[in-house]
Design a protein around this ligand. Structure first.
Ligand code: ADP
Ligand code: MN
Length: 176
């Protein structure tokens, strides 16, 4: 089984996963193996070749004993179970400003977080989805929470884990 740790860029996936063992960085894999189609000139970013990414990730998963854990904002396109990291949009905006993203890119990502784009995609494409509100959590705290969910999935007992059900985060409701 492939478990994907996903979420809008800036929600803290790479930071938290750096504290966990054996998590494959999907963006690194795409770059390293050239699994992209072309450069998106207006955005200055690479467009991943999702068919190749899907095939490669499944190939890696087949050579593994247990579950394969991957992280990246595209991972819910190729995983069976998704763990979606969420972050209060105002805090996300602060982080992306700090990261030096262009204004249009910041707006695009903050809006995507507000309206649950990745969560909705994950629910559509994955067999099971968990959602973590990382707002106010330290990197260690987020890593511990991911680990707790991974352990429950590994034991095969977790269909739903209280507090991490998909739909538990609602930024629009919060603002209303
Ligand atoms: P992602 O991989 O989801 O794009 P990163 O892990 O690269 O996100 O983190 C984005 C930025 O937010 C980095 O500057 C990082 O230091 C910071 N960050 C990540 N997690 C936390 C956290 N739990 N609390 C505060 N800052 C964080
Ligand atoms: Mn990352």
């Amino acid at each position: 089984m492939i478990i994907g740790i996903t979420g809008t860029p800036g929600t803290g996936k790479t930071s938290a996963c750096a504290l966990l063992e054996n998590v494959l960085d999907l963006n690194e894999l795409i770059k390293k193996e050239g699994l992209h189609l072309e450069v998106d000139k207006t955005r200055g970013s690479l467009i991943a070749d999702m068919d190749s990414v899907y095939d490669r990730v499944h190939e890696i998963a087949q050579g593994r004993e247990g579950n394969l854990v991957i992280e990246g904002h595209l991972s819910h396109h190729v995983c069976d179970v998704a763990i979606v990291l969420r972050l209060l949009p105002d805090e996300l905006e602060r982080r992306l400003v700090e990261r030096g993203y262009r204004e249009a890119k910041i707006l695009e990502n903050v809006e995507a977080e507000v309206v649950d784009v990745i969560l909705v995609e994950a629910v559509e494409w994955c067999d099971r989805v968990y959602e973590i509100d990382t707002t106010g959590k330290t990197v260690e705290g987020v890593a511990d929470t991911i680990n707790e969910i991974l352990i429950a999935i590994g034991r095969g007992i977790a269909i739903e884990i209280e507090g991490y059900e998909p739909g538990s985060v609602d930024w629009l409701g919060l603002r209303a």
